[in-house]
Design a protein around this ligand. Sequence first.
Ligand code: ATP
Ligand code: MG
Length: 566
Amino acid sequence: MANAPVQRMSQLMAKTLRDDPADAEVLSHKLLVRAGYVRRTAAGIWSWLPLGKKVLANVERVVREEMDAIGAQEVLLPAILPREPYEATGRWEEYGPELFRLQDRKGGDYLLGPTHEEIFTLLVKDQASSYKDLPVILYQIQSKYRDEARPRAGILRGREFLMKDSYSFDLDDEGLTRSYGLHRQAYQRIFERLGLDYRICAATAGAMGGSKSEEFLAPAEAGEDTFADCPNCDFAANTEAISYEPKPADGSAVPAAEDIPTPDTPTIETLAASLGVPASATLKNLLVKVDGEIVAVGVPGDREVDLGKVEAHFAPAAVELVTAEDFVGRPDLVRGYVGPQGLEKVRYIADPRVAPGTSWITGANKADTHTKNVVAGRDFEVDAYVDVVVVDEGDPCPKCGTGLRLDRAIEIGHIFQLGRKYADALKLDVLGQQGKPVRVTMGSYGVGVSRAVAALAEQTADDKGLCWPQEIAPADVHVVAAGKALQTELALDVSAKLAAAGVRVLVDDRAGVSPGVKFTDSELIGVPQILVAGRRSAEGIVELKDRRTGEREEVTVDEAIARLTA
Ligand code: ATP
Ligand code: MG
């Protein structure tokens, strides 16, 4: 076995910190900074120090090996990209403020790549001319740039971050299904090897376009996604991707709609209380602006609107909430008393729970007044049914009806069947078997490489610090020299022997640092095995400690080396 490196802490560029950084909200952020893995350079922009770089490189290696194993070919495309191809697919505009746009000295427009569908499509257009050149899967591991609105949570959501992005190019749907399946398997192997706990969840395709898409979600408190898990069947989905069908009701026996005076009922709660009905009997109507046009969104009064779902429905159009100014010159819109009946000039979208035949108490479009017995399909028409509510714990599983469980999670990977959206926009054809041009179908697949480091930290850390699985850890063994010259000598000797046997060693040979600080640091840094050359060094006895379980044992140097090289 090849000699592995010995990293001496006396020479390591990593200052550990006792206190959490002031701006850190999530565990991985606190610990990665405190253990000296990363440093913040600007909001959402990070520098990786030697320990962090090692962990990042280990994640990259696993990703690379598994991508190579499905026959994907690694390339490296630029991060700074010309405007034109993004103009051709509409994403120069659609990406909105998340896109970093810049100009060169001649005034030419460029962007920092947030994801590379366009450029890969053009690469294949340039390189592949016949059906014989396909299928092909290309990937890269590269920095991506997104001007995220809230770059919080440290490495979990950067404005510059490392992604593995791959793209598949096939002649037909079966080919795409196959390439997608290969990625799905490769991702399962990657996340298993990384030691991440994850779920595969149905997802919406969002701004990327296309049809089938799944997310790999790692359950963690710090996650910004919510996924629903069915305790009874195999259903699991990002809550953003859950939508129900409207179930029509029989509203024929409902009496005619009738206005009721409702002074001093500014909220759904006060309205429901004054009428003695549950909030779920009322219909609330949220007004939004879609590319400037006012649209009303109706949901049961006891449910929250998920603006992300509204945005996804109208994408790429921009969705904003209305402000007081939008009511000026609109006598048809009475603030706080909007109802869908008689709202002629406004498009009305409704949640499926507002199904045809259901009856509601809702605004009367007059101040201090509501209307009861307002029946969907009788008293008002719904222009489109769109599931826009926040999914609640206990909502029925769309597959089997059992109450859903909700959990927070971090999105670590995403796979999409794009279809021909990009190939159409950029005219990617190859000559088919029949001698006629065939439009290529594509998939696009991402792994958040830097995010995976933080997700792993979130899932594996304990109250003492980081706690890496061996394959990802910055070293296999952390050797601690308690302090005396003899102890340091032994520590360095053991380190050299371990390294000669191929074990990656981090050795704390710092002079003038107390044993207590060294022990605390070794737990904070999170290498899986800790070997201490302490009190009994003169007898040739060291202590072996398992970082995860905390189990410790005194053994001879030879025994320690034998175990750590086994
Ligand atoms: P999110 O919903 O978290 O913003 P996304 O849907 O925008 O993610 P994709 O466009 O699918 O993400 O990107 C592929 C992968 O890149 C994601 O699954 C995630 O792991 C990672 N990723 C996306 N945005 C960031 C970011 N700002 N920082 C770190 N990793 C990211
Ligand atoms: Mg995003």
